[in-house]
Design a protein. Structure first.
Length: 329
């Protein structure tokens, strides 16, 4: 490879050096306007030009690149992301000489994207897109394979579900019905939705439902869903199991509600419902006493399965339970 310089003046002489301009530690060759070099590695050269008049002049540094075709050690790997999220692609490359590597990322249709980096972060994805990277070392270069960034089949949070009403101690089944219905692995948790660190794993299988016994304290249940085809991990919103007591009855036979319900959605019948899957647990309580009016010394027959309050005509009352006959005082 020839390296040369053009200079004007009287009685000009040339002294070439190896290294950056101004470094005179390694003089090479003789008094010529150009030299032919064949370095084993990338090398810098410069020349000092001296004339009859004036001071000597140093040329710029001429860099002679010796490169080999870069090798893609690790190809960028395609991935799946949820719609609206970016993806990160990475390449690992090497080259046998000391030449630095440079990177230019492209879409599959040749649009330049990203910066001079082995890592590229896509914009928020709304459709499947393919990318590759062009790796250069001086005049040597290589292209990577195409990497496809596709969208996940399911959304990040699944909100389908139903509401169920059960009594405490009964079994209840929570369901996370999604489409497609195959290729899914469900991992069920009890605890704050989306917080694996503070939840207890209940099961992990391909069943979209989880059956458990309703406890007095209620609880929050949720599930993650991973797919075999895209590797994405979605989760259900909040599958809420809240055990609520039935309405109490006051002494006058009226009703009042002593249960503190969740503030976001309680109807007027002592139930709790959510747009996602929930379960309402109820305590079974006896109904209020029935009241009968009877004359003094008059017999009355009552049902063995009901509670009664027998009132006399003037002097207090007597409570009667079961198949017995009582007279008022």
């Amino acid at each position: 490879m020839a390296v040369g310089v053009a200079a004007t003046g009287t009685n000009i002489s040339y002294q070439w050096y190896q290294g950056t301009s101004g470094n005179t530690a390694n003089p090479v060759y003789g008094n010529t306007t150009s030299i032919t070099v064949n370095p084993l590695n990338s090398t810098d050269y410069w020349v000092k030009v001296t004339g009859l008049c004036g001071a000597s002049q140093n040329s710029n540094t001429a860099h002679v690149s010796v490169c080999t075709t870069p090798v893609i050690d690790t190809q960028p790997v395609g991935t799946h992301v949820f719609s609206g999220q970016p993806a990160t692609l990475t390449v690992a490359a090497s080259e046998a000489t000391s030449e630095p590597l440079h990177y230019q990322w492209f879409t599959s249709v040749g649009v330049a994207v990203g910066s001079d980096s082995p890592t590229f972060t896509t914009p928020p994805m709304t459709q499947a897109t393919q990318y590759y990277v062009h790796v250069t070392a001086a005049g040597c270069s290589v292209d990577s394979n195409l990497a496809t960034v596709d969208l996940c089949t399911l959304p990040p949070v699944i909100t389908t579900g139903t509401t169920q009403n059960v009594a405490i101690g009964q079994t209840v089944t929570l369901s996370c019905v999604i489409s497609p219905g195959t290729g899914n692995t469900f991992t069920w948790y009890a605890g704050p939705a989306g917080d694996v660190a503070h939840s207890v794993q209940i099961s992990s299988n391909n069943s979209y439902s989880q059956t458990f016994t309703a406890a007095t304290s209620g609880g929050t249940y949720w599930a993650t869903v991973s797919r075999t085809d895209d590797g994405c991990l979605s989760r259900h919103g909040r599958l809420h199991g809240e055990c609520l007591r039935a309405d109490d009855h006051d002494a006058a036979g009226g009703e009042h509600d002593d249960q503190l319900r969740p503030v976001d959605d309680a109807d007027g019948r002592g139930q709790y419902k959510r747009p996602d899957v929930s379960v309402v647990c109820r305590h079974e309580r006896a109904p209020p006493p029935r009241r009968l009016q009877a004359r003094q010394d008059s017999p009355v027959t009552i049902s063995p399965t009901a509670n009664y309050e027998l009132l006399g005509e003037g002097h207090g009352h007597v409570r009667a339970v079961g198949q017995q006959q009582h007279g008022g005082r």
